[in-house]
Design a protein around this ligand. Sequence first.
Ligand code: ADP
Length: 262
Amino acid sequence: TSARDELGQLAHSFNRMAEKIVANIEELKNTDRLRRELIANISHDLRTPLASIRGYLETIQMKSEHLTNEEYEEYLRIISETAEGMQGLVEQLFELSKLEARQIKPHFEPFSIKDLIYDVAMKFQHVAEKKRMAIKISAPDGLPQVYADLRLMERALTNLVENAVNYTPPGGAVIICASRQNEQVLIEIMDTGRGIAPEDLPLVFERFFRGRKVHGENANGSGLGLAITKKIIELHQSNITVESKLNEGSKFYFGLQVWQGS
Ligand code: ADP
């Protein structure tokens, strides 16, 4: 019966989420910055998991007495993972649409980019260990502070390191470097992963672009991470660049303004 309680709660929060999503889509439709194709993408990316959740809920409700405990648990797990994926997608969509509508104004302040890099790397330590992967950081002691938006920069770095970890097979490495280049701090995120095909390279920053899926790799990505990252870097009057070789690895890099104050 505790599984049943869980299902009841899940159904309840799922319905609340579905309502929110429908309201969000309505709001997005009214934002004239978003193109029609964008709406088509969103509808597809939300409808598919929504249909899957509905299907499993229905199976559980209709055939409940014929299901084994294992099946029951498995269906609940799929439902909750799918719902989580949808929630992530909706959050990313919101962030991107706010960035594009310039509703997010960067709050510039001086901070240690080195500390931020360590904080972000820490978030992926656990996953990296599981993949027998090293996350290496290279930043000199005397590195100056940067003048940037801390929260947005954390978001951008998180996206880049997450991708590097995701798209690098077990045994590989991710290297994050920060170094001073004149009035900028150059930040580089490198990996020894599967790399990006030359024809895909110009597309990776497009919203909803996703490279060919490799089994076991970030199966529920949204293709929004790099679009969000690019917007964030642009809000800092900078640019993000990618260099990559198939089966060798990728490097994403950008510069940030050095803090000139005392
Ligand atoms: P997502 O990771 O959710 O698919 P992103 O916008 O973060 O979306 O990335 C878009 C695509 O670019 C990915 O699907 C992947 O094909 C490719 N990509 C991004 N980062 C890397 C990387 N470090 N190595 C290889 N491919 C990458």
